[in-house]
Design a protein around this ligand. Structure first.
Ligand SMILES: [Fe+2]
Length: 452
């Protein structure tokens, strides 16, 4: 079976090439997969997940591996699987990341996969998106008819009310360090705004509300002083401070109001929404990040996230910061039909602490966001989860009425499977487990794309 992991058993390998982080070396298609339990009949569509899978078997950093898509097709209770690389110049020319910076199309395309206005886009945050189809064929670099001149974040937000897609790009190379973009519901890029921030920062995610977008200016900075102390030009510098920037969706730099918060880092947000004169954000907040430099993804307890709530009082300028739970977790998701709107529930992946490198845990957490009340789904011993993605029962079902899906990995058997959990019966065993014909390496983000 296509699996480079067997060759990667030396202890001196970088953590992101060991065990189930190691890439697979086969692109396969298989119909009629083995199913334990029963796939809900109303769950018809494609669960598509992106992740880093270095074709050579090696990459210098977890973030640098070639993007591979893993697609699980569900139809009338049956399941099939296909995996394919996103075929970009980064893959075809076997570029290293430094060389890729000279070509906006040379994306690893390895971080997320989203569908908007009929396009399926493979995303990474330093290059253009790459369009693929649902058979996982690569179509080409996508620049919104020539209107996108820079990179695109891997975490765009799609408004469930207007169908618009909002995104940003950040640059560590030169000003503007931040740009904002708005795309209408037909896929036309209709607004581009340069945004002023005092220094280049790594901005991985952000949030929207019904009327606003919220940027997170947090202190993973690009700074040559850091290169001297950590050997990496990127790293955590809390003395630079941390701010949230609230801007009307149709506004520009002059319209942003900035709000100071305690220095921290947030790779991922759950959701945010407006309530009276306040904006409420639920985020996976960690005390610090990349303290030892860019290579230092995991550095102990303070570098693992928890659920926090930030309440921005737009009148007073004060931000109330509250830790809602002590469970270490990341890769948060919500019911995507509530993005930017008041939402009651969030789903997240437990992350292990007291380990030597980033380690996905064997629990999913379901949060009642307002109270921080947590319900755990235990995957079982020696099983590691992935990002939990929510799929509603139908377009009109209530929030949380649906299924939580994820690719998980059995360490003992070295097999991967898709688990489908009834969201309203979260603690119970999955209603279905679909065994995959090959191992699926731990990866990044994915989406549920229901059949139309
Ligand atoms: Fe992410």
């Amino acid at each position: 079976m296509g699996d480079i992991a067997g060759k990667n058993t030396k202890k001196d390998l970088l953590w992101h090439l060991q065990g189930n982080w190691a890439p697979v070396d086969k692109e396969i298609s298989e119909l009629n997969l083995e199913i334990k339990g029963e796939i809900p009949k109303d769950l018809n569509g494609l669960f598509l997940r992106n992740g880093m899978n270095p074709k050579s078997g090696h990459s210098d950093h977890w973030f640098f591996g070639n993007g591979m898509l893993h697609g699980l097709y569900l139809e009338n209770g049956k399941a099939s699987y296909k995996n394919r690389y996103v075929v970009t110049p980064y893959l075809e020319k076997d570029l290293d990341v430094i060389s890729s910076f000279g070509d906006l199309t040379a994306s690893p395309a390895n971080t997320h996969i989203v569908e908007h206005a009929g396009k399926v886009l493979a995303l990474e945050e330093a290059h253009l998106p790459w369009e693929v189809d649902k058979d996982l064929n690569t179509i080409g670099a996508y620049d919104f008819a020539g209107k996108l001149k820079g990179a695109m974040t891997a975490h765009p937000k799609i408004c469930p009310e207007t169908g618009e897609m909002f995104f940003f790009s950040y640059s560590m190379m030169g000003e503007p360090f931040l740009n904002y973009y708005r795309v209408d519901d037909t896929g036309q890029l209709i607004q581009s705004e340069p945004i002023e921030i005092p220094r280049p920062v790594m901005m991985h995610d952000w949030s929207i509300t019904r009327n606003h977008v919220i940027f997170m200016d947090l202190p993973i900075v690009s700074d040559m002083d850091l290169a001297v102390t950590t050997g990496s030009p990127f790293g955590f510098k809390p003395e630079c401070g941390a701010r949230l920037g609230v801007m009307p969706r149709d506004g520009g730099n002059k319209d942003i109001k900035w709000f100071e918060i305690d220095p921290c880092y947030v790779f991922h947000s759950f959701n945010s929404f407006e309530e009276d004169e306040k904006i409420i954000l639920y985020v996976s907040r960690q005390q610090e990040a990349m303290v030892g430099g860019f290579q230092d993804i995991y550095g102990g307890e303070s570098t693992v996230a928890r659920l926090w709530r930030w309440t921005i009082d737009l009148k007073t300028g004060h931000v109330k910061e509250e830790q809602m739970d002590d469970g270490a977790c990341d890769f948060p998701r919500i019911d995507d039909r509530r993005v930017g709107l008041k939402s009651s529930f969030g789903y997240s992946l437990q992350i292990e602490t007291d380990v030597e490198s980033l380690t996905f845990g064997n629990h999913f957490y379901k949060y009642q966001l307002e109270t921080g009340l947590r319900i755990d789904h235990d995957l079982g011993n020696n099983i590691a989860g992935g990002e939990p993605v929510f799929a509603p029962c139908s377009d009109v079902s209530e929030e949380d009425e649906g299924w939580v899906m994820s690719f998980v990995h059995e360490r003992d058997t070295r097999k991967s499977k898709l688990v489908i959990i009834d969201s309203r019966d979260f603690e119970s065993q999955p209603v279905a487990e679909v065994y995959l014909p090959q191992r699926i390496p731990y990866g990044a983000h994915g989406s549920w794309m229901p059949n139309k």
